[in-house]
Design a protein around this ligand. Sequence first.
Ligand SMILES: Cc1cc2nc3c(=O)[nH]c(=O)nc-3n(C[C@H](O)[C@H](O)[C@H](O)COP(=O)(O)O)c2cc1C
Length: 353
Amino acid sequence: MSAKPPRFGIWALVHGSRAALQDPAEPYDASWGRNQTLVLEAERLGYDSVLVAQHTVNPHDASLDQLEAWTASAALAALTSRIEIITAIKPYLYHPVVLAKMAQQIEHISGGRFAINLVNAWNRPELERAGIGFPEHDERYVYGREWISVVDALLRGEVVNHRGDNFHIDGYQLRPADPFRARPRIYVGGESEPARALVAAHGDVWFINGQPHDDVARLIADVSARPRPVGQDALRFGLSAFVIARETQAQAEAHLEHLFALAELDKPLRERQKANIDPNVVMIQTFAQSPRVGSNGGTAARLVGDYDTVARRIADFHRAGIELFMLQFQPFEADMQRFAEEVAPRVRRLLFA
Ligand SMILES: Cc1cc2nc3c(=O)[nH]c(=O)nc-3n(C[C@H](O)[C@H](O)[C@H](O)COP(=O)(O)O)c2cc1C
């Protein structure tokens, strides 16, 4: 069991609804206004974290709206007071010196509540059409590894001298340093072998895509067995999951069927999107194994059922080592509230009664 109590977080709606884009009960809305209200409400309801995914263009369809992650996160940091803000970053989009400076600033604005989520890209046109190029899968991780080593040292306030294949940095130091802790937390999202090696070497928390309990337990065992840098705390684990919790199992299953039906309407869009996806991304291969709604594994984590069942499954994941549950819902606002009121207290009773 994770030594820490479970934490619950939400995915910000940076590109609108998570399960199906054409839902009369949840019109498409990726605006700043909606996300601002959502995150303030999540904080009020007791959620511990918000994950702000990073996409410069909407990964489903470039003609749809997309919230900008870093500017929005800075604003969220100023508006909130307790919730952890985790913002994703694709290394090719920012020089490490610039990104470290931005992260340090948001750490200050938030009073020590900021974290980055390092992700190594799957949406080819996002980088290619910007003229950045899209190196193959493992090469992206080699770049990401050098990139995070520079960012990590800068976040710690060190004077950085670095001579690598991609960056040459001479006597760079960022001030003011972090007055709250050694540096903001580093999460890593990615499932492939180089992602696992990277998180063991540089991460604090590994984000796992939603999937069944035993698969998650196997992934945790694999990564936990890897050596950590001297002096670094043991790796912690987060799980992405889409939740449908209702009073009865039948109601939850009916809502899942309803979302599957709505998701069918997005099929043409998903087919077009497929052409943009790097087929070597392990995450995508995992998703292909089971029908689901929601991104990043979604309902494959099986958090669909009556309140007690969902709470029990979450407690089981926690016993397997998951500390942070990064959740999606649809309709988001209503189900986020339902989860906070009905499921989270049940999980705490199961684990600590
Ligand atoms: C919790 C989580 C959050 C993620 N957030 C983003 C994101 O914001 N932007 C993005 O492009 N990819 C995101 N990804 C996807 C990673 O980029 C993807 O896993 C990556 O392509 C690594 O591939 P791999 O699974 O082959 O290691 C996320 C993945 C996880 C698990």
